[in-house]
Design a protein around this ligand. Structure first.
Ligand code: 5GP
Length: 206
């Protein structure tokens, strides 16, 4: 196959960037901020059976649905991945994801470790990034300081985080979120570098 310079002006397919982190590691702030640098990226809006937290906007933060509706979508193959997290169901809508990738748009998925595993199985060129808190003590402080969850929930999430961190071995990159500005810079650098991989331009989409 002959390669032409013009081949490097347009990628065949968008890139999936998975960002996972234990809750409280500051991932939401991080993903929202990096989208300011990359406004052309698409942030996937998940479906969830969890109740909205105060300050969350339906269809912007999540599509909040009943378990019945979620299960119906699941049975119809509507999710590219899904998982149960802290007793609630979460899923990435398949159609939106595939449409964006076909258009060549990069997609950011804010999903947990179970979802990341499923996406990596089906989309081999997906990039998985794990956001770590500076320490477990700091994570506990951040969870408590957030003020949106009951004490029992905070404890559950903290314990769950310790397990989730073990899954980092299936990821491509890690970012320690000590300082948001610095973490945003690192995430932006990963995105920029992944976009410049030769194989993404010379390989057939898929
Ligand atoms: P929260 O309820 O705090 O917004 O999210 C709890 C966890 O669920 C986070 O780790 C978040 O990344 C994850 N999550 C959110 N949406 C999805 C999804 O569509 N799929 C999966 N697998 N996890 C998700």
């Amino acid at each position: 196959m002959t390669v032409e310079i013009r081949d490097f002006t347009k990628r065949g397919s968008g890139i999936i960037f998975i960002v996972s982190a234990p809750s409280g590691a500051g991932k939401t702030t991080l993903t929202r901020r990096v989208l300011r640098d990359y406004p052309e990226m698409h942030l996937s809006v998940s479906f969830t059976t969890r109740a909205p937290r105060s300050g969350e906007t339906p269809d912007k933060d999540y599509h909040f649905v009943s378990e019945k509706r979620f299960r119906r979508m699941l049975d119809a193959g509507g999710f590219a991945e899904w998982a149960e997290v802290h007793g609630n169901l979460y899923g990435t809508p398949r159609r939106v994801l595939e449409r964006q990738l076909r258009r060549g748009t990069d997609v950011l998925l804010d999903i947990d470790v179970q979802g990341a595993r499923q996406i990596k199985q089906h989309f081999v060129s997906a990039v998985a990034i794990f956001v770590l808190p500076p320490s477990l003590d700091e994570l506990r402080r951040r969870l408590a300081g957030r003020g949106t969850d009951a004490r029992k929930t905070i404890e559950q999430r903290w314990r769950h985080a310790r397990h989730e961190i073990q899954e980092i071995q299936g990821y491509d990159y890690f970012i320690v979120n000590r300082d948001v500005k610095d973490a945003v810079k690192r995430l932006a650098a990963i995105i920029a570098a992944e976009r410049l991989k030769v194989c993404r331009y010379t390989r057939k989409p898929g």
